[in-house]
Ligand binder design. Structure first.
Ligand SMILES: [Zn+2]
Length: 254
């Protein structure tokens, strides 16, 4: 089995904790694209050494039988990604997220598709949940990664928090006609609440939190004059039912 496919290769354990290890599984295609993007950044800076080294290593693999070649390419990408530190941003963010021990067993990282970037929680009966994290490969190794992960992992923290009160029921609105609109409002409110809490904790840019709050106000069909009331609402820790009530009846924010 190649290093890229072996979950032990990407195993991460919170230092000193007796908690079960959280396995981070990187989809090979994401890894390949992230390494390629990193090499392109090196070349753009005028540094060709790593790109040439990768090319030489890859050239040797083309001589292998097809059944071995793919696994060896994946192993090469994992080695280079580790060398460039492309894993560390996520590992740091997971440590900072501080999820309850054992609540999440696995994080599966995939390249973003047409549905865009984001994190989602998939509970599993009798076992730690799986977090699906879709991201643009080019984010890895850049400054754009940390704020993105802080935001996305906080969605998961909320879902794992019993006080948030998420019960796995994703239905919103009172019928087919309203569901899409209510879902958009719910998401805008939840994202703005996350940015507000991160900004209060000094972990996000206050300007970003303000822009996020303005966007939520617009999405809810409120007036710009409603922004201060919405901001004080957003600064409080939300619950699933409170977000749902406001998404269904935006006037509650006034
Ligand atoms: Zn969000």
């Amino acid at each position: 089995m190649s290093e890229g496919l072996d979950p032990r290769a990407a195993r991460w354990r919170r230092d000193g904790a007796a908690a079960p290890a959280l396995v981070v599984r990187w989809e090979p295609d994401l890894m390949a694209r992230a390494v390629s993007d990193e090499l392109a950044r090196h070349v753009a800076r005028g540094s060709f050494v790593d790109e040439q080294r990768y090319r030489r290593a890859a050239d040797l693999l083309y001589g292998l039988p097809p059944e071995q070649r793919e696994a060896e390419f994946q192993a090469l990408d994992v080695r280079m990604a580790r060398e460039f530190g492309l894993h560390t941003g996520l590992e740091d963010a997971l440590e900072q997220a501080g999820w309850p021990a054992g609540a999440v067993a696995e994080v599966v990282v995939t390249p973003a598709t047409g549905r865009g970037e984001g994190a989602d929680l998939r509970p599993r009966a009798g076992a730690g949940a799986v977090v699906l994290l879709a991201l643009e490969p080019a984010r890895l190794g850049t400054r754009a990664l940390a704020p993105f992960l802080r935001h996305e992992l906080m969605h998961i923290s909320d879902l794992l928090d019993p006080e948030f009160g998420y019960d796995g029921d994703r239905r919103l609105g009172d019928g087919v006609g309203t569901e899409v609109r209510v879902r958009e409002r719910y998401h805008a409110l939840w994202c703005a609440s996350i940015d507000a809490r991160l900004a209060t904790a000094g972990r996000a840019d206050p300007a970003l939190a303000e822009a996020s709050a303005s966007r939520a106000v617009r999405t809810l069909g409120l007036e710009p004059g409603d922004l201060p009331a919405a901001q004080s609402w957003l600064a409080e820790r939300p619950t699933h039912s409170r977000l749902r009530a406001c998404a269904e009846s935006p006037g509650l924010l006034r």
